[in-house]
Design a protein. Structure first.
Length: 251
């Protein structure tokens, strides 16, 4: 059973199987299906681009609550969720705008999201944390025999901004700021997953040097520009790497 957002559905990849939710045959859940030789009848993929934790328990447009697809017979659950709860797509667009308005040096987006002395994105992560724990608890309640793996987000930005170009038009300091937010989100996901009895697949470690700022032949994440459904999302190779990390977590 595959749950989650566009990082699980395979947004931007070829082989789209669901236009509404941007599900692809090249996503990491499908790679896992092939690895474990799961039949079509036993494989359920309800991942959906734009999903938040609310989408687990509520309709997301025409998509039904994702957790409703679970059953007592479900024996494996993977889930990538959380980025949309932080409003990450809106944050990225805002950071690009801040760079255009205030220049490519400094950290104008960090300054905006730290206005008033509070890091707004860190506050969102803290607010999201108990929902991740509740998610795992509810999955285990509905599918008590299932192995549950919460899948983290891969390296999206370099630790240093000196390698980013026109396809990632962010201020230098904001690149490192967004990398820091990604790491803090992943840390929270790991802590909540393990605290509730699930496994955690770390896709950040091992993917350094493959972020969106790297040359096309070495990056596993698409850059922000040109704008497309796959912008700031894993490439096909990125999904294969994520599948391998889940496989390792299950071992």
């Amino acid at each position: 059973m595959a749950l989650g957002d566009s990082y699980a559905s395979g947004a931007g990849l070829s082989g789209q199987t669901n236009a509404t939710c941007l599900r692809s045959s090249g996503s990491y859940p499908v790679w896992l299906k092939k690895t474990y030789k799961i039949s079509d009848a036993n494989f359920k993929n309800v991942t959906c681009s734009g999903a938040t934790t609310r989408s687990l328990w509520n309709d997301q447009g025409p998509a039904h609550p994702q957790l409703n697809a679970l059953s007592k017979n479900t024996d494996l659950v993977t889930v990538s969720i959380g980025g949309n709860d932080l409003g990450f797509s809106t944050v990225l667009a805002d950071c690009v705008l801040q760079a255009q308005l205030k220049g490519s040096t400094g950290s104008p987006c960090r300054t905006k999201y730290n206005a008033g002395g509070q890091n707004l994105l860190e506050a969102r992560i803290a607010k999201l944390a108990p929902r991740i724990g509740s998610m795992v608890v509810d999955i285990k309640r509905r599918s008590p025999a299932a192995r549950v793996v919460v899948v983290g987000y891969p390296t999206l930005f370099p630790a240093k901004a000196d390698r980013c170009g026109a396809s990632v038009p962010l201020a230098d300091g904001d690149v490192t700021y967004l990398d820091d937010i990604t790491r803090k989100l992943n840390s929270m996901l790991a802590n909540q997953a393990r605290g509730a009895g699930a496994a955690y697949a770390d896709t950040y470690s091992g993917s350094q040097g493959t972020d969106m700022c790297q040359p096309q032949n070495t990056r596993w994440v698409n850059p922000l520009l040109p704008l497309s459904a796959g912008s700031a999302h894993p490439t096909g190779v990125g999904h294969l790497f994520m599948a391998n990390r889940v496989f390792e977590a299950l071992k």
